[in-house]
Design a protein around this ligand. Structure first.
Ligand code: FE2
Ligand code: FE2
Length: 300
């Protein structure tokens, strides 16, 4: 069994997908098969493949500023935590083409800050949960590039303040697939787990149904981390179509979506601990909490 289980993901593309070197890597009606990356042309730029750390890019200063925002104060309670977090983030490394991709998200306001914020959130969760160093490094790379496909969507969708129409909704749902194609083009098999994690970042539960090889275990962990940080960050942010949720309501929502997809609640319990909001204060009486497994967080 291969990586495609979800109808949503295997649907035919609606968009042209063009890489930053102007190579068209997919056209509308392109149907990605399980060996999809093998059909992509090779990315040959040596310069754009050079590894660069986040700390060496202008994004690092933006990240420092972003973390000062009150809504992200839960990520650093004191100076030690702040320096530890910024050190982990500053060392996150990617080929330089991805920094250009992330930079191009700036045009779309929310998605640029969102990318940095959820990466910081995953980094802090990883530190607190004692995640293995190499797994955390992979998760940070994936988090930084999970939404690069967004930059290929029409502006009318990205700047819409209305509910999406049906065709707009389908296009929006395809952004993980577009990110996945770009990762495949730029990095091929070297980013196999990262690509799979990115592909499933809005539906990590789908990976429960796929036969488990090591790559899928890592992909599952990555997809779950991004999903949780992504949903929480979206909820606590003002969006054109709704105001930000209160923290307790965002946690309730996050609990329910994880449960609906049979996913662990470690991130929920971690956020709760950072905000010091006891479960009993926020959930209705018919809610049955699942025991957290944040101590010694591991792949499952
Ligand atoms: Fe996304
Ligand atoms: Fe996202």
């Amino acid at each position: 069994m291969g990586i495609f289980k979800s109808e949503k993901i295997s649907t035919r593309l609606f968009l042209f997908v063009t890489a930053l070197d102007e190579t068209v890597i997919a056209r509308p009606n392109f149907e990605l098969t399980e060996d999809g990356w093998e059909d992509l042309p090779p990315f040959t730029s040596q310069i754009a493949s050079r590894q660069v750390k986040l700390g060496e890019t202008p994004l690092y200063d933006h990240l420092c500023q972003l973390i000062q925002e009150p809504k992200y104060s839960f990520l650093k309670k004191n100076v030690e935590e702040y320096y530890e977090l910024m050190n982990v983030l500053g060392n996150a490394e990617l080929p330089s083409i991805y920094w250009q991709e992330i930079n191009s998200l700036k045009r779309f306001g929310y998605y640029y800050g969102h990318t940095l914020a959820i990466t910081a959130m995953i980094a802090k969760f990883g530190i607190d949960a004692g995640m293995q160093k190499d797994l955390l490094e992979i998760a940070l790379k994936a988090s930084l590039i999970h939404d690069i496909g967004i930059a290929r969507l029409p502006h009318s969708i990205l700047f819409s303040s209305q509910q999406f129409k049906e065709d707009e909704k389908i296009m929006m749902q395809q952004h993980p697939l577009v990110s996945y194609l770009l990762v495949g083009y730029y990095s091929q098999q070297e980013y196999d787990e990262i690509g799979r994690g990115v592909l499933y970042h809005h539906c990590p539960g789908e990976l429960n149904n796929i036969s488990i090889g090591y790559e899928n275990k890592v992909a599952k962990e990555i997809a779950w981390l991004i999903f949780n940080a992504d949903v929480f960050d979206a909820l606590i942010s003002n969006r054109p179509f709704r105001p930000a949720y209160a923290i307790a309501n965002a946690l309730n929502y996050l609990t329910r979506v994880n449960q609906a997809h049979s996913l662990p609640l470690d991130m929920v319990y971690w956020i709760e601990k950072r905000f010091k909001i006891p479960v009993s204060k926020r959930l209705g009486s018919n809610f049955i909490p699942i025991k957290p497994k944040i101590e010694g967080h591991q792949l499952n």
